[in-house]
Write a protein that binds this ligand. Structure first.
Ligand code: B12
Ligand code: SF4
Length: 491
């Protein structure tokens, strides 16, 4: 069969990373003797209807699969319309977190024939064959899918997890324009200390070493459920070697939700990197409560140059409310170790969750100031309700969201740097001031911790003459109260 897999446009001007979901599926489909083509509209920055038409018009395909995250919602609807205009008989299936988190809503769009929930490799071949041939009886036997049959929407059994992910083929890198993804990583490599052995040019690429997360933070959507399934160290090392040998990758961006779950895994992984002299840099998302001195030492020696932490808040009360399962003191420990071992660390925060008040904001601001050891700015995001999360259910219950279709259109193609719903009792204007001030505090804190008073005064001047004017303009454009924020967000 001729299969077209599409990753929609999600971010303007940002550095697109490999669309993992459909690239993993493509590898399985190729092994089942299908012909597969991948179109990454995010990479190509294809955003308008006209551009999409042009991309699809000349292609021949028996079925179309679309996968991505929910911020691709707006474009998904345009893509499926164009596909059906071209050939009404071509089935369209949707997956990824986009499909898994909003199946009911997607079925309001008549152009969508099937939605896959959860992982896809173990079901994709039978789904494709039976959807194309219209064998609905067989489709009913496949777990984790929703499809249309004679006008009715059929939900099959709950999705099942793939436990032996080592058996999956590597993503179909050969179908991608790899050099473009590698080039995209260039902007984010400025914190990597180049050293001759690993190559002067940094060639970055993304990799996954496990799926799932056992925690249940209220703002997060656990696509695959709460079980974390890891690749073996052996498989991960083989994958790294493959990308290094084949594409010259020397910086690995590990985007697992939770890279370090077990200390034994990370110790073995780092030991292998060191013993086998695999010269790479790498970075990942960590959880502060798992980290200790032992881990840090091995990370440093094996090439780890960067750790991101989702700190979310400097208030224990807020962390508890977010079900983060961690206390602020752990953040200080992790940051102290990061500083000691010289591993650049970037904490991210979620501002404006339900329950946020001036005290918790002040606690967060203090944490940011006290831990501003690294020049890289911390990530400051507004609490945003993404489907599948507890926060999203809260937003529906409290009627912050009354029209899901409109709301999802409003958060499409955006990161969470714009306030869409104000969940607090504080004015939106004030939340924006807090978030801006937190960014400044980080810069000032960094200058003070480093004893760089020239930098301190330079920063002050920059704040006054640059950021204050810019922020003032931004703030005056912001809706002033909750009602108008909602209106703005839902427009
Ligand atoms: C890597 C990642 C990113 C990367 C880029 C992702 C990309 N390439 O588009 C970066 C860092 C850029 C990013 C950014 C953001 N992200 Co993000 N990200 C992830 C993360 C950690 C991993 C995604 C991934 O690659 N998974 C691995 C692959 C193998 O899994 P998969 O894509 O789900 O694919 C499998 C199945 O879904 C299925 N499948 C996939 N496609 C298809 C298609 C068909 C036809 C079928 C049948 C099946 C199928 O089969 C695949 C193989 O099993 C997820 C968490 C997660 N576990 O999903 C969050 C996640 C997707 N991100 C999320 C969010 C909210 C964001 C941001 C909006 C956050 C922010 N602060 O701004 C931004 C915005 C990005 C934007 N505007 O586009 C949410 C999305 C919520 C939702 N309901 O969709 C998630 C789920 C995080 C969370 N836990 O809440 N993200
Ligand atoms: S925010 Fe991180 S720790 Fe919390 S549930 Fe999501 S992936 Fe897991």
């Amino acid at each position: 069969m001729n299969i077209l897999l599409i990753h929609p446009f999600t971010r303007k001007g940002k550095q697109a990373i490999i669309p993992f979901g459909i690239t993993y599926l493509a590898a399985v489909l190729k092994n089942c003797d299908h012909t597969v083509k991948i179109l990454d509209f995010n990479l190509k920055q294809i955003s308008t209807e006209k551009e999409i038409k042009k991309e699809i018009q000349e292609l021949e395909f028996d079925i179309v699969g679309i996968g991505g995250i929910v911020t691709a919602y707006a474009q998904l609807n345009i893509i499926v319309k164009i596909v059906k205009q071209k050939d009404k008989g071509v089935p369209v299936m949707v997956g990824g977190t986009l499909g898994s988190s909003i199946p009911e809503l997607l079925f309001k769009n008549e152009n969508i024939d099937l939605v896959a929930l959860g992982e896809g490799e173990h079901i994709i071949d039978p789904v494709v064959r039976n959807l194309i041939s219209g064998n609905y009886k067989e489709l009913t036997r496949i777990p984790g899918i929703v499809f249309r049959n004679n006008g009715a929407v059929v939900y099959t059994e709950k999705p099942t997890r793939i436990n032996s992910i080592d058996e999956l083929p590597f993503p179909a890198y050969d179908l991608l324009d790899m050099e473009k993804y590698i080039k995209n990583s260039a902007g984010s490599t400025k914190y990597v200390p180049t050293d001759k052995k690993k190559g002067k040019d940094v060639r970055g690429f993304t990799i996954i070493t496990g799926r799932g997360c056992p925690y249940r933070c209220t703002f997060c959507y656990n696509t695959f459920g709460n079980k974390c399934v890891k690749h073996s160290v052996d498989n991960t090392i083989r994958h790294i070697r493959f990308l290094k040998d084949e594409y010259g990758i020397n910086l690995f961006d590990i985007t697992d939700e939770l890279f370090i779950l077990k200390k034994s895994w990370i110790l073995e992984f780092t030991r292998r990197l060191i013993e086998e002299d695999i010269q790479i840099w790498y970075r990942f998302w960590g959880r502060a409560d798992i980290m200790d001195e032992d881990i840090y030492r091995y990370l440093k020696d094996s090439g780890c140059v960067f750790i991101s932490y989702g700190f979310e808040s400097g208030s224990d009360r807020m962390l508890k409310r977010m079900k983060k399962g961690i206390k602020v003191e752990k953040y200080f420990q992790a940051m102290t170790l990061s500083q000691k071992y010289g591993i650049t660390t970037c904490p991210t925060y979620v501002i404006g969750m339900p329950g946020e008040n001036r005290r918790s904001l002040l606690e967060t601001a203090l944490l940011i100031y006290k831990t501003a050891y690294f020049k890289i700015p911390c990530g400051l995001f507004f609490a945003t309700a993404y489907p599948g999360s507890e926060l999203y259910r809260h937003a529906l219950e409290k009627k912050h969201i009354t029209d899901e279709h409109k709301y999802l259109n409003s958060i499409s193609n955006k990161d969470a740097i714009k306030l869409t719903i104000n969940f607090t009792h504080l004015p939106s204007f004030e939340l924006s001031v807090w978030i801006t001030a937190m960014g400044w505090l980080h810069e000032l804190g960094y200058a003070i911790h480093r004893g760089q008073f020239v930098l301190f005064f330079k920063t002050l001047i920059k704040i006054f003459f640059g950021s204050i004017i810019k922020s003032f303009i931004k703030i005056t454009r912001l809706p002033m109260n909750r009602k108008s924020v909602l209106k703005e967000g839902l427009r």
